[in-house]
Design a protein around this ligand. Structure first.
Ligand code: SME
Length: 164
């Protein structure tokens, strides 16, 4: 089994994302346990980008979001749909980029050092599975490149891992 992510640190961000996506497609398989796959996914993303202070999943239980596999400091365990960046992204079924968390009304601060954030919903045919949340200790860490490739990663997860 493929168990290593190899992405050189000096590469441009979009090249790192391209390599990450292709390697994730080999690393994560529907034959492996769901929790194992999500755990490895967070480790691979965190390992690839130094700007990320926290990356993890909030999973939808049919009513609200609960904390899933993640890398980083301990985090809040439950988020209501519509609350914070995660709950807003889940409610709207769209990616939210937050360049400055202090300016997002209702932002839930799990880590007081967090400065910017991106949240991507994980959906398939409008069915919500959860969200992928990435935080950074720097302002303006996430841009359209992050959105584009993280949405591709979430599409792959929705189709192959959440509901194969
Ligand atoms: N900031 C998120 C909460 C989760 S933590 O960032 C890990 C939010 O506002 O939904």
């Amino acid at each position: 089994m493929f168990e290593e992510i190899r992405i050189e640190k000096h590469l441009a961000e979009d090249e790192k994302y391209r390599l990450l996506l292709s390697q994730l497609k080999k690393l994560l398989t529907s034959e492996d346990n769901f929790i194992s796959n999500l755990s490895n996914c967070t480790a691979a993303i965190k390992d690839t980008f130094e700007k990320i202070s926290w990356v993890g999943f909030y999973l939808f239980d049919g009513e609200n979001l609960y904390l899933g596999p993640f890398q980083g400091k301990v985090a809040c365990t439950n988020i209501n749909i519509g609350n914070g960046v995660c709950g807003s992204s889940a409610a709207r079924r769209e990616t939210i980029i937050v360049p400055d968390v202090n300016k997002f009304p209702g932002h839930i601060a799990c880590d007081s050092e967090s400065k910017s954030e991106i949240v991507i919903p994980i959906t398939n045919k409008n069915e919500l599975f959860g969200v992928l949340d990435l935080d950074s200790h720097e302002f303006n860490s996430f841009v359209e490149t992050d959105k584009k490739y993280l949405e591709e990663i979430c599409k792959f997860l929705a189709e192959e891992i959440f509901h194969p």
